[in-house]
Design a protein around this ligand. Sequence first.
Ligand code: SF4
Length: 361
Amino acid sequence: MSKLNLTGLSKSELETRLQKMGEKRFHGRQLFKWLYSVRQYDFELMTDLSKELRDKLAENFEINGLNPEDHRISVDGTEKFLFRLDDNKPIETVVIPSEEEDRSPSTSSGRNTACISSQAGCAVGCFFCATGTMGLLRDLTAGEIVGQLMFLRDKYGPSAFSNVVMMGMGEPLLNFKNVIDAIRIMTDETGLNISPKKIVLSTSGITPKIIKLAEEKVGVRLALSLHAATQQKRQVIMPIAKTFKLDKLMKAVRLYADSSNLPVTFEYILFAGFNDTKQDVEDLSRLVRGLRCKINVIAYNPVPGLDFKRPSDDKINWFGKELNQKVKAVTVRKSRGMDIDAACGQLAARKFEKDRVSAQI
Ligand code: SF4
């Protein structure tokens, strides 16, 4: 009989499991701490549990994490890991050092950002995104979501990352329950103990789920992948924009900002000749007027085979300066890890395509 993998189970699920075995519920809380805070995966070494209980746990459960199939390090210190899930689906996790440091997690002071995936592939199909070309393979479990962070801490220790962005493969709000469960494990003081303010959930704009996220009161920061400031333009590059119109989406974003009392981040990828004009600056500044927010202007990281281009450095700088005259908090980001396929889903999409072709031969 196969054993149940405990990774990703919530505190209350562990309490219930233990209770069903005829044990006290508080042993579930002890197990939660061993699993996520101490990251001790050998039941035998969980020393505050009785020998009898440790044996019982080992008979019924296992604790399995993620193992990377591929690991690449960029000249700028960005690191990308490719994991194969139990069913062989590929997902990616990226660690991005702060721009001041440009050092890998093994040598940095810990100001790294872990960019994690919430789905294998993605159904949203933004036209500029490598992950979008794969379609949705499946949702990640809560264990597979937090497993990416546990792997990084096991490998690099407590300074592996200081911030988490759910901006890797997938649309987190289309895997709502597992993402919320994972956030609760991340933010629990006896879990991964990450401040909710250090976690950014990035969405392509699933309006009803943004409202639901506000109701969950998990306290994480919200980022909207905006990329174009008018309905007409946005739906050219993001098919989801036809379903969730920009006016209602912005109302939901404002509601989230009010209820969380946190500024919202707008991600604005700059594509040459598409969204980089003076008119775009006007539209963008009008759209966010009166909202506590920051805008990240990001130069497009080109994906081979996709029909989008990165603007020149001069154009990127000009856009950032123009926008900054109208909106206070604007950050212009250079592309990171360009030498290691670090654009969202690029490496996994490549592996997925290779698997598909091999299966056909
Ligand atoms: S940008 Fe995000 S939402 Fe859009 S296809 Fe890629 S992973 Fe999905």
